[in-house]
Design a protein around this ligand. Structure first.
Ligand SMILES: Cc1ncc(COP(=O)(O)O)c(C=O)c1O
Length: 457
């Protein structure tokens, strides 16, 4: 179908809801480096991961099968908001005066307002199937915690959440949502775990970080005989998110389009992987109708992909998790308290890092202020106020669209609008009143100090 000049929404019927997740491990040009045991430094075995995850998720983590069937019980819950809409940002294009065609896949239509339930629902489902009664997790801005709390209520599984303290204090509405879904939510660092107590002894005013909250959630899981859920980074988490890209591909075809560039924001890499991997799969299988670029956008305050070292590191601050080879700023790096709480993570998914090393994707780092500027323009043109994390993708798409304005090229840009920002309005308030904290750019000294503590492998 050719562009009719007016359509702005591309909907798929419920019957087109994907039946399988796409596993990019089947098509990688080179296999992923293995995850290592933190003690032996040898590749981990499924048994090593069994205290944390149910076996079905462990199998998915290492699977090289191209498609993994989505259980019907999970599809039944997905169907409440999926397939999510693909939009053509005609109003934004006009405001920018760009010849580029901008499309965005909107995940803010989920019950909690972001892409996170795409993996929260299957994670809790597989735990429930394995007889698990309780799961623990960390959360930054509360999007992931909210999603897991929602999924816990769907399957009647207890959920205990450690929320990064700075977000717990500045974003009370997500905590209220988590509690309303029936979860327990604690500010991290807390005195409920040895990891939290250790951090508090060093700095009683610690604002917390995702790395610290993961340490607490992992410790709480093992102590209580519960299981642990992670909202990003792991292979199976990124795979669950591929419903985004699988749908987007069909919707782009409805619009008679194929992207020249795909843009996504990266915290741990899950929404990015979700939209990008099915397209990269086409590239690797030599089925893509044309070449395209892929751009990951991260905050300059926490630039793991653009300035981190590609090395084995812990996923948490205290050093309880297995070692993953990825772009890292060092596991005890304390990111500045930027409003995009979901992007304040020292590491990156192994899959996204690997693709960066293979030059299959590009990455840029952008400042917080320019991201809010982009988000406000998006709100005033397209109508949706993006989550602060999603503003990074909006900014990345605008950068590409403005390049087209300079060159006159009519490129097709697809980006992931991974969540809405209606519970992030205090951050917009700061931007509107001119009191947004100045952009923090990581100094070389701070980076070198954090990287000096990487484990030797
Ligand atoms: C709306 C939103 N976008 C992006 C992210 C970053 O995570 P990821 O890179 O895994 O998508 C988060 C994390 O909490 C989030 O809440």
């Amino acid at each position: 179908m050719a562009d009719d000049g007016v359509t702005v929404k591309y909907f798929l019927p419920e019957s087109e809801l994907p039946k399988a997740w796409y596993n990019i491990q089947a098509d990688l040009p080179q296999p992923l480096p293995p995850i290592l045991h933190p003690g032996t430094k040898q590749p981990i075995t499924p048994d090593d991961l069994a205290p944390l995850f149910p076996m079905e998720l462990i199998k998915q983590e290492v699977s090289t099968e191209r498609y993994i069937e989505i259980p019907e019980e999970v599809r039944e819950i997905y169907r409440r908001w999926r397939p999510s809409p693909l939009y053509r940002a005609r109003a934004l294009e006009k405001a920018l005066g760009t010849p580029a065609k901008i499309y965005y896949k909107y995940e803010g239509v989920s019950p909690v307002g972001s892409h996170k339930p795409n993996t929260a629902v299957p994670q809790v489902y597989y735990n429930k199937q394995a007889g698990v009664k309780k799961v623990t997790t960390e959360t930054g801005a509360g999007q992931w915690g909210g999603a897991l709390a929602f999924a816990g209520s769907m399957f009647d599984v207890e959920v205990e959440i450690y929320q990064v303290k700075v977000s717990y204090e500045t974003k009370p509405y997500r905590r209220l949502a988590m509690e309303t879904y029936g979860a327990k939510c604690y500010p991290s660092p807390s005195d409920r775990t040895e990891a939290g107590k250790k951090i508090l002894a060093e700095d009683p005013n610690s604002p917390g970080s995702l790395g610290i909250a993961i340490s607490e959630a992992v410790e709480a899981c093992v102590k209580q005989g519960a299981k642990y859920c992670l909202g990003s980074v792991l292979n199976h988490v990124l795979m669950h998110q591929t419903v985004i890209g699988e749908e987007a591909m069909k919707q782009m075809a409805m619009a008679g389009a194929y992207p020249d560039v795909i843009v996504g924001c990266t915290g741990g890499g899950s929404n990015f992987g979700g939209i990008v991997f099915p397209f990269l799969g086409q590239r690797f299988r030599k089925e893509a109708p044309k070449p395209f670029r892929v751009v990951a956008v991260e905050p300059s305050a926490c630039p793991s992909l653009t300035r981190g070292k590609y090395a084995y590191d812990f996923g948490d601050t205290v050093g309880l998790t297995p070692l993953i080879k990825s772009h890292t700023l060092g596991h005890d790096f304390m990111p500045p308290s930027v409003h995009a709480g979901g992007l304040r993570y020292h590491g990156m998914a192994a899959l996204v890092s690997h693709l960066k090393e293979l030059n299959e994707i590009e990455a840029i780092a952008v400042g917080q202020k320019e991201c809010f500027e982009a988000g406000v323009l998006f709100g005033r043109t397209e109508g949706i106020l993006p989550a602060p994390e999603a503003n990074h993708a909006v900014r990345g798409a605008i950068i590409e669209a403005l390049k087209c304005k300079e060159t006159g090229e009519e490129k097709t840009i697809l980006f992931g609008l991974c969540g809405h920002g209606f519970l992030d309005l205090p951050a917009y308030d700061k931007y509107n009143s001119g009191t947004l904290e100045p952009d923090a750019t990581l100094s070389e000294d701070a980076l070198a100090a954090a990287l000096a503590k990487l484990p030797s492998v």
